[in-house]
Design a protein around this ligand. Structure first.
Ligand SMILES: [Zn+2]
Length: 261
């Protein structure tokens, strides 16, 4: 009989903005709750230079937090190159876990569409030069982001907060990218549960996007890393895999992508 491999079950929240003011009153307690829910690692996505310092302070203060660096598409404007210079400066000083979050967002504002494309392409090049994965934010722009990624065959990463259809999921998997799955999979009528049932979990990593997009039954409230458990429970129900197997699979995927050892 084969020896049962030792499974040290834990989860990684691959996308948590725990440095934002929503956590100023109880950040330590929220991270404690995460540990108790076996969410051992939180990965912090950057937004822009207005929050770099608080993000890096949180990373330095708490164990098992790892910061990315990057310019969020909603922070792209005519001054975006200044922001990219700040990012390059940070990258010369220390290591980051990924370039993110970067991408395209056509939901809120289309004023800077062209500049969003420029900033996205340039940051992918920065990621390749620094041998880092990218974390993609794509709102109303999944197909456009897929097209951009196709132009950079050397880059790897994740489509964070994936909520597209089966065809888009398959294209992303074919590119060797991960799908970041969070609270949306628990939302009724989002349809993501059906997509997951079809494509399986081979390229899935878990995320909360805290403080946003809390899973059911906390939908509409503040999200936090401990709620990864609710996302995992939903995936367990959809896939007939145990919680241990979900943890092992998604944590291995995340460790591989972010080179965590
Ligand atoms: Zn985010």
């Amino acid at each position: 009989m084969p020896v049962q491999p030792f499974i040290s079950m834990y989860f990684i929240d691959t996308h948590a903005h725990i440095y934002l003011p929503e956590f100023d009153d109880d950040r330590a307690a929220a991270l404690q709750r995460a540990q108790e829910a076996n969410v051992k690692i939180s990965i912090l996505p950057a937004i822009d230079s207005s929050t770099h310092d608080t993000m890096l302070n949180v990373e330095a203060t708490y164990e098992n937090c790892y910061a990315m660096i990057g310019l969020h598409p909603c922070s792209v404007n005519q001054d975006y190159e200044k922001e990219l210079n700040i990012i390059e400066k940070h990258l010369k000083q220390r290591k980051f876990i990924a370039i993110g979050e970067i991408g395209l967002d056509f939901y809120w504002d289309k004023t800077f569409t062209e500049l969003q494309y420029q900033a996205f392409h340039k940051q992918i090049e920065v990621a390749i030069q620094n041998d880092l994965p990218i974390v993609i934010h794509s709102r109303n722009a999944i197909d456009e982001c897929i097209d951009v990624v196709k132009e950079h065959p050397r880059v790897t990463g994740v489509f964070h907060c994936f909520s597209g259809n089966e065809e888009q999921a398959r294209k992303i998997i074919d590119l060797g990218f991960m799908l970041g799955i969070g609270g949306v999979v628990t939302f009724k009528n989002a349809g993501l549960d059906k997509v997951i049932e079809k494509i399986g979990l081979t390229n899935v990593i878990l995320e909360t996007d805290a403080p946003y997009l809390a899973p059911v039954p906390y939908r509409g409230k503040r999200n936090e890393p401990a709620y990864i458990k609710l996302v995992a429970e939903k995936l367990s129900a959809l896939s007939n895999l145990s919680m241990e197997e979900i943890a092992e699979l998604t944590t291995e995927n995340a460790k591989k992508l972010f080179k965590l050892r």
